[in-house]
Design a protein around this ligand. Structure first.
Ligand code: SF4
Length: 400
């Protein structure tokens, strides 16, 4: 087996990326879904041969972290046995497909996503971050999520193909969708899209056949934590879960599959929302914090990211707990933040700010093992208090 090719972007399982704690193997679900056997197999593999941590990405993939180079072939064998791998790196990199996670058997989303998976080999080689969204339910769910070309419901009830950066799309007749996706991907490459990297930055006019004036239908209400006909939706704090906790939730909830969303939530198929597990309780903290007006974000931080100079997750969990108990304060000098809406607290391992590129109500930036605190700021902006240890941060932000 050849050694893993180390890349700095869009890792896969066949082409992992080196991170601070070892290789990251990214597993792309088919139709946003892993079976129960696949989830339990991933958890066991992550616990036995990696760092025991699983990330949920904003492209609705799972990442197994902390894989040693010597363990990578073993994990490939295990994941291959679970039918999680593609035939080769070329096909793996083309399976950059976001699927509305609430599809039901026989609907347009399932039909189109399945059809595109069968024809991946017809796609041209695309820039690493170019992807597709299959969002063909009664109303679009994925409009806030990254995709360069999307199939979604139009205002008149039919399906449209819409290129990123365009307000409107072209109406497709039933059965035309997959051919249209392949054709627009080929046009993107032929018209010089590789240099732009993403459709939103590609200035070339769309081909005549892809120019349309049909607006997308109004977006669906977001899926929230709780029970649905398909099962239970739970939030993963900061998009991460330990392999042990995920396996426990699958077993205790009786879920027969897990669907992955791009919103740091998973849908446990066939599960009751009230089942007792550490995953369900972490989700409850996220929900309580949200009810108290807080969203807490944290990047991987040390030791997982080589750029990090501080551990982000332990501090973020403390702050999430404070938020869930209504004990987190925002605003300079401990005064509550005024106004309405959600306050964001961001714990960043360095000034890059991967977890939340925008300004946050409370922003903590790691520097040399301690944190700089700023309000209404992005990571790295001028702090009002610098060099705070974890205890000092908690003392300053907690209302205990
Ligand atoms: S913000 Fe910095 S420390 Fe956090 S994941 Fe990004 S590069 Fe790593």
């Amino acid at each position: 087996m050849t050694p893993p090719r180390v890349r700095g972007w869009c890792p896969g399982a066949l082409r992992p990326m080196m991170s601070g704690d070892g290789l990251v193997m990214r597993l792309r679900p088919r139709l946003a879904r892993f079976t129960r056997a696949q989830v339990l197999g991933i958890c066991e593999a992550a616990a036995r041969h990696a760092a025991g941590l699983i990330d949920l990405t904003s492209r609705a993939n799972l990442q197994v972290r902390g894989v040693g180079e010597a363990d990578w072939p073993k994990l490939l064998e295990l994941f291959g046995g679970l039918d999680l791998l593609d035939a080769d790196v070329r096909l793996e990199s083309r399976r950059n497909l976001l699927v509305a996670p609430d599809w039901i058997s026989g609907d347009d989303t399932e039909r189109i996503a399945t059809g595109l998976l069968a024809r991946l080999g017809e796609l041209p080689e695309l820039p690493a971050k170019v992807g597709f969204a299959i969002d063909a339910g009664p109303a679009p769910r994925l409009q806030g999520d990254s995709a360069d070309f999307r199939i979604e419901r139009g205002v008149d009830g039919g399906l449209i193909l819409r290129a990123d950066g365009r307000a409107a799309g072209v109406v497709l007749e039933p059965g035309e969708e997959i051919g249209a996706l392949i054709a627009i991907a080929r046009w993107f490459i032929d018209s010089g899209g590789k240099a732009a990297g993403r459709m939103a930055r590609h200035a070339a006019p769309l081909p005549d056949w892809a120019r349309g004036a049909t607006l997308p239908a109004r977006a669906a209400e977001p899926l929230r934590c709780g029970g649905y006909a398909l099962g239970a939706i739970h939030a993963l704090p900061f998009g991460q879960v330990s392999a042990d906790e995920l396996a426990e939730a699958m077993l205790r909830s009786g879920a027969h599959a897990m669907r992955i969303t791009p919103w740091r939530q998973v849908l446990l198929e066939g599960a009751e929302p009230q089942h007792a597990s550490r995953l369900a309780s972490g989700s409850l903290d996220v929900e309580k914090a949200a009810a108290a007006g807080w969203r807490v974000e944290a990047c991987a931080g040390a030791p997982f990211c080589p750029q990090a100079s501080a551990e982000t997750r332990p501090l973020a969990f403390h702050l999430l707990d404070l938020a869930a108990r209504g004990r987190l304060q925002a605003g300079q000098g401990g005064a509550p933040a005024g106004g309405s809406g959600v306050c964001t607290l961001h714990v960043s391992g360095c000034a890059k700010g991967c977890a939340h590129p925008d300004a946050a109500t409370v922003c903590l930036t790691g520097r040399d093992g301690v944190f700089d605190l700023a309000y209404d700021a992005r990571p790295g902006e001028t702090p009002c208090a610098a060099g705070l240890a974890v205890d000092a941060v908690l003392a300053r932000l907690g209302a205990d």
